[in-house]
Design a protein around this ligand. Structure first.
Ligand code: ADP
Length: 423
């Protein structure tokens, strides 16, 4: 026959039951409330509460108590100095006071708010992973009995659950808050880019239009040279705005892909031709190598593929010294068309290769910095190719040259990224 259960064993059994219930509670307020009720019941007290330290005020604030006293304690804050809760919080140690009459550490505002005289008291710290975050208290053990070590053990067990739940919730709230802030910043940044690029486009279009008109009509060599500088600078500015706006649209999921047949066999030479002047100025030989009579037709968005290829050619010329070579090739592979831009320029250090497609990334060196740019060209190219369900990559040896290649699927439109296509 089992020996009769002592009162303490009964209380421990009840503690286990209560702990199981607490595990199912979802809401933190509800959970702390249940902890307080359990503390009151298991320590056979008149009143129990949980206080948390409030960093802004350097005071302790009631976050849970018996429901009947909630309103009364709402605005009360307990000082860390000269209060029982404050002592337990600061020392991270439990405390029992058996006779509280005239005890100097009793904070009488609470008594007045509760309309209750404190006769005895037990308090334990709320600790999780070495951090004290608050205090749990029980007041006035019933029938004039005394609080003992057993009450401390029971309260500490409940307090550790309360501390764990509170800190987890706080961490979750902080993470959510940071996430919301980041999202808001991202939205503001994106709106700003959208508005700014829209507003900049119109005056820039006018500058470009008028400067181009003048350079075609004025036949003065000096003025012609100056107009050429204006047109080139305006075109650079236009490119920066387009890159910013393209990356932004892609990131915000507002980029749309047209569905059309694109003959890369014609597009590649057309784009290469548009860079001949730039190449000539640097005495760089720029050539395209395509299989004879190849049309290399894929389904996709000609403008976006054009932007990707232009950015690669632009970089190849920029990062290749005078008298260098840039070669563009295109060929069909099973299911794909492959386009490559090869140069014998300055190359990219191996440590930077994994990051060259990141937004705003630039290889930090006196050589590349001369070229200006914003570190957006390659991320735009990547976005444009990936929207087609394609892939882009780089192989490069510092001091020898680079080879940027992309694959475009012949039939990309129904598989990976259907949502970005206009119907
Ligand atoms: P940017 O507009 O600054 O050129 P990109 O995104 O186009 O930005 O390129 C990122 C960086 O990658 C460049 O700043 C440059 O350091 C490096 N890079 C890109 N293409 C080449 C290349 N063909 N040869 C050498 N370095 C290159």
């Amino acid at each position: 026959m089992n020996p009769p259960e002592t009162d303490y064993v009964k209380r421990l059994k009840r503690l286990i039951e209560v702990s199981r219930d607490l595990n199912t509670s979802q809401d933190i307020k509800e959970l702390l409330q249940s902890v307080v009720m359990a503390a009151c019941e298991l320590t056979d007290s008149q009143f129990s509460s949980i206080l948390l330290y409030e960093a802004e005020t350097d005071l302790l604030k009631f976050v849970a108590c018996l429901p009947a006293y909630k309103e009364a304690l709402k605005r009360i804050r307990v000082p860390v100095e000269r209060s029982v809760a404050g002592w337990v919080y600061s020392n991270a140690k439990p405390l029992i006071i058996l006779n509280t009459a005239n005890h100097p550490m009793i904070f009488r505002d609470v008594e007045r708010a509760l309309g209750m005289v404190t006769e005895s008291l037990v308090a334990v710290p709320l600790i999780f992973k070495g951090e004290t975050i608050g205090v749990m208290e029980s007041l006035n053990k019933q029938n004039g009995a005394h609080y003992t070590e057993d009450d401390i053990i029971i309260l500490e067990s409940l307090a550790s659950q309360a501390a764990f739940a509170t800190l987890s919730t706080l961490l979750l709230e902080e993470a959510q808050h940071s996430y919301d802030e980041l999202k808001e910043l991202e939205r503001m940044k994106s709106d700003f880019i959208a508005v700014a690029s829209h507003e900049l486009r119109t005056p820039l279009g006018l500058i470009l239009g008028h400067a181009t008109f003048l350079s075609e009509t004025i036949h003065d060599e000096q003025a012609g040279h100056q107009l050429e500088v204006i047109v080139r600078s305006a075109e650079r500015l236009k490119k920066i705005i387009e890159d910013l706006s393209n990356v932004n649209n892609f990131q915000m999921g507002t980029a749309r892909l047209k569905r059309e047949f694109v003959a890369l066999g014609q597009l590649v030479p057309k784009i290469v031709a548009s860079y001949q002047d730039m190449a000539k100025r640097k005495k760089i030989s720029l050539t395209a190598k395509l299989p004879p009579n190849a049309n290399l037709v894929i389904e996709g968005d000609e403008d976006k593929i054009g932007i990707a290829l232009s950015n690669l050619i632009n970089n190849a010329i920029n990062f290749t010294d005078e008298n260098g070579h840039v070669l563009i090739s295109a060929e069909t592979l099973p299911g794909y068309v492959k386009v490559a831009v090869l140069d014998d320029g300055i190359g990219i250090p191996a440590k930077d290769l994994p990051r060259v497609f990141d937004r705003f990334f630039q290889v930090q060196s006196h050589l590349t910095r001369r070229h200006g740019g914003m570190g957006l060209g390659l991320s735009v190219a990547k976005a444009m190719i990936e929207m087609h369900g394609g892939q882009i990559w780089v192989e490069s040896v510092e001091g020898k040259g680079s080879s940027f290649s992309f694959l475009l699927p012949l039939k990309p439109l129904r598989t990976k990224t259907p949502s970005v296509f206009e119907t």
